[in-house]
Design a protein around this ligand. Structure first.
Ligand SMILES: Nc1ncnc2c1ncn2[C@@H]1O[C@H](COP(=O)(O)OP(=O)(O)O)[C@@H](O)[C@H]1O
Ligand SMILES: [Mg+2]
Length: 340
């Protein structure tokens, strides 16, 4: 149980419109990620769904019921924050047990559930510790334990891994994905990190200035970005965008070429460029070029030490990997589609 539908949802803080008009349908059991730059309204949208903010307009429907006017508790959604928000004076056991205790559940049932949850999150050895005696990853697992113990309809995560170091983020990412598979509950996960979004989501809502620019699977976003914003946001290094004469030849205002879709040669190619800088990353080399009209181009290839700064090379966009955009930044075609 846990389909979530947003219908023309609006939120303004005073005169500042933060969410102009959000429409979204999240299926039961789906793992959806809201991704977008800082300040684009991800947390606000999540808090609206949780019931922690009151919308200025529109409706929120959970499992067919209009919950727009109901309290957070009635929505049966559990929220996990970046700041963990654990009770410092309580043990791990007490922190995890807290929601059930508040709900007036029997001591036996609480004990049984805490054991189950602590087992599934590898927290059994730490039940008598207080949060300050735990690592960041363990604290985050306690916060997740407290969220799952109530067996909610769905989970809302707001940048839950941002305070962790890179290695721990990767392992927690997998743990949350496993948790999703195990519980099968609907999850909405907010992050500004597109790699996190790409690796975890069934579907991603890419947000920009309060608007949902596109809602699709990770690979659809990568292969078929709806507009320039999504094209530039998904993928690392970022897609190259070229305007002017080179784009005109493809019947576009702007063309986009991913760094991995740029081919290079010492003898011939469509464009010529000078290498400004290279990064040899082990498995791959990333080279930053300036083309003849001053356009900047990033090229990504398997490790190649011939690519050195100062060298002039020929580059060609892979014809079937060219993205075309109009002057309004909307995608108008993929692949070259024409001979130039
Ligand atoms: N309680 C509030 N009062 C006024 N403005 C707010 C409030 N909460 C968020 N905002 C504004 O709404 C915008 C979106 O914020 P937020 O949803 O936190 O973005 P994100 O989570 O994507 O970083 C920001 O401009 C922020 O300043
Ligand atoms: Mg936020």
């Amino acid at each position: 149980m846990g389909s979530i539908k947003l219908e023309s949802l609006k939120k303004a803080f005073g005169s500042q419109i933060v969410i102009p008009d959000a429409n979204l349908e999240i299926g039961d059991g789906e793992f959806v990620v809201f991704v977008g730059p800082s300040g684009c309204g991800k947390s606000t949208l999540l808090r609206l769904i949780a019931g922690l903010e009151e919308p200025t307009g529109g409706r929120i429907v959970i499992d067919g019921q209009d919950v727009t006017k109901t309290s957070p508790a009635q929505r049966k959604l559990s929220m996990v924050f970046q700041s963990y928000a654990l009770y410092p004076h309580m043990t791990v056991y007490q922190n995890i047990a807290f929601p059930l205790k508040m709900a007036g559940e029997k001591a036996d049932l609480i004990r049984k559930r805490v054991q189950e949850v602590a087992t599934s999150l590898d927290l059994l050895p730490y039940l008598e510790r207080r949060p300050r005696a735990l690592s960041g990853g363990q604290r985050q697992r306690v916060a997740i334990g407290r969220a799952i113990i109530r067996q909610p309809t769905g989970f809302l995560f707001d940048e839950p891994l941002s305070n962790l170091d890179a290695a721990l983020r990767v392992s927690m990412r997998m743990e949350i994905s496993d948790l999703h598979k195990r519980l099968g509950s609907t999850m909405i996960y907010v992050t500004h990190d597109q790699v996190e979004a790409m690796t975890m989501a069934d579907r991603i809502a890419v947000m920009n200035a309060g608007r949902i620019e596109q809602f699709a699977t990770p690979l659809e976003l990568y292969r078929r970005p709806a507009n320039l914003f999504v094209a530039g946001f998904i993928g690392s290094p970022k897609m190259n965008f070229i305007e002017g004469q080179k784009a005109d030849l493809y019947g576009a205002h702007t063309i986009g070429v991913r760094p991995e879709a740029v081919e290079w040669s010492t003898t011939s190619g469509k464009w010529q460029g000078r290498i400004d800088r290279t990064e040899h990353l082990g498995a791959e080399t990333v080279a930053y070029l300036t083309l003849d009209k001053g356009e900047i181009l990033t090229l990504r290839t398997s490790l190649n030490e011939e690519l050195v700064a100062g060298r002039t090379i020929h580059v060609s966009p892979r014809e079937n990997s060219i993205y075309r955009f109009d002057a309004n930044k909307a995608a108008i075609g993929f692949g070259s589609g024409q001979n130039v």
